[in-house]
Design a protein around this ligand. Structure first.
Ligand SMILES: *Cc1c(COP(=O)(O)O)cnc(C)c1O
Length: 384
């Protein structure tokens, strides 16, 4: 069985986790801040807060930007549902930008058109959530310019993208955004089991994210209405328990030491696939010169007019051969929840739907053996 993605856990990782298990703190101890510091230094960003998932990170990011009822949030049509669910948690309404057929990231031309229309109708978004699909950065400098022109905030969903770069800056530096979030789910670049992180350069947003991840409770005397004594704390907002445990942070911190190595291996695998798949009726991933991808995913797009079999047949044949390919993603608005409750219809984002009918994510993870890479290539040669 060859999965499409999987974690790499070393003996050193296990030792670090065991150390925490033998220590005084399983939560709210010294390791979470160490992990946060490691990520903030890596990304060149001022503030970092570890949480229990990227979904929680996205929710906190929306809350910190005061997304609420009557507000509008836009994200990419081709993403995991969490990228837009976070706005729904805040009672905002959501809409989707179609994707660029080359990068599979949000289309800048579609975004521009939609912004122009929204301005005329006075329905501009409060927040845009660009998603760095497969680890390739969106065109952040263009998006940032548009945010200035139309007055929206930016949350980068970098769940795929820790270790990647945009114009030589690490993704997560927040040069072109208010907030960036990462995911540490086991299929992502580094893992904490479940987990995520929110990073920002904005001191006020940082302060809010910090107390919202822990019930809205603070011990910061600058934020409290009074100070009754050393036991005292105040709940100053309605937050959640979105904290990461020390056990998770120990794993994450240990994984950080191999982040660059992981990205290097992912690029090597991508190079092998690029070479080996040329000549087949499919599109290999195209890379923008401004982006250095983390290569979380390797997505092929079938040229169905030239392939021997249908998309579904090829997908099923690969799975039957125990190559556990996947599809990232079903356009979010096509899920029944979005259609039935929010009124979205097929045809809303035609490029994302075309992509959905042709895309397959083939195995890509740092411990994928050479021989398994060859098995994947040969299977594709057989079924295409
Ligand atoms: C994985 C993922 C998420 C959610 O991450 P969790 O840590 O599982 O909550 C959100 N957005 C995108 C694009 C993802 O790939």
């Amino acid at each position: 069985m060859i999965p499409y993605g999987r974690q790499d856990i070393t003996n050193e990782d296990i030792e670090e986790v065991i150390k925490v298990l033998r220590s005084d703190f399983l939560t709210q101890g010294p390791v979470v801040p160490k992990f946060e510091k490691s990520v903030s230094e890596y990304c060149g960003v001022r503030y970092a807060y570890a949480v229990n998932s990227a979904t929680s990170a996205l929710h906190l990011a929306c809350m910190a930007l005061e997304v609420g009822e009557g507000d509008i949030v836009w994200t990419a049509a081709n993403t995991f549902a969490a990228s837009s669910n976070c706005a729904l948690y805040c009672n905002a309404s959501v809409d989707f930008i179609d994707i660029d057929p080359i990068s599979y990231n949000i289309s800048i031309s579609d975004l521009k058109n939609k912004l122009q229309l929204a301005k005329q109708e006075d329905v501009l978004p409060k927040v845009l959530i660009p998603v760095h699909m497969t680890g390739q950065s969106c065109e952040m400098s263009e998006i940032f310019e548009l945010s200035r022109k139309y007055g929206f905030k930016i949350i980068e969903d970098a769940s795929h993208a820790i270790g990647g770069k945009y114009l030589n800056d690490p993704i997560g530096c927040c040069k072109y955004s208010d907030i960036t979030v990462f995911s540490f789910h086991p299929v992502k670049i580094i893992t904490t089991g479940e987990g995520g992180m929110v990073v920002t350069n904005n001191k006020n947003l940082a302060k809010k994210i910090n107390y919202l991840r822990s019930h809205g409770i603070t011990r910061d005397t600058n934020l409290m209405s009074k100070d009754d004594g050393p036991w005292y704390y105040e709940q100053i907002d309605l937050g959640y328990n979105y904290r990461m445990t020390e056990i998770q942070a120990a794993l994450g911190l240990s994984q950080m030491s191999r982040l660059d190595e992981y990205i290097k291996i992912r690029h090597k695998i991508a190079d092998f696939y690029n070479k080996s798949l040329s000549g087949l009726p499919l599109q290999i991933p195209r890379q923008s010169k401004d982006s250095f991808s983390s290569f979380h995913l390797y997505v092929i797009r079938l040229n169905l007019s030239m392939a021997k079999n249908t998309h579904k047949d090829i997908f099923e044949s690969l799975r039957k051969d125990n190559i556990l390919v996947n599809l990232h993603y079903i356009p979010v608005y096509l899920h029944p929840y979005y259609k039935n409750n929010l009124g979205f219809k097929s045809g809303h984002c035609p490029e994302a739907e075309k992509y959905y009918s042709e895309a397959i994510s083939i195995p890509m993870f740092p411990t994928l053996p050479n021989n398994d890479q060859l098995i994947v290539v040969n299977a594709l040669k057989k079924y295409l």
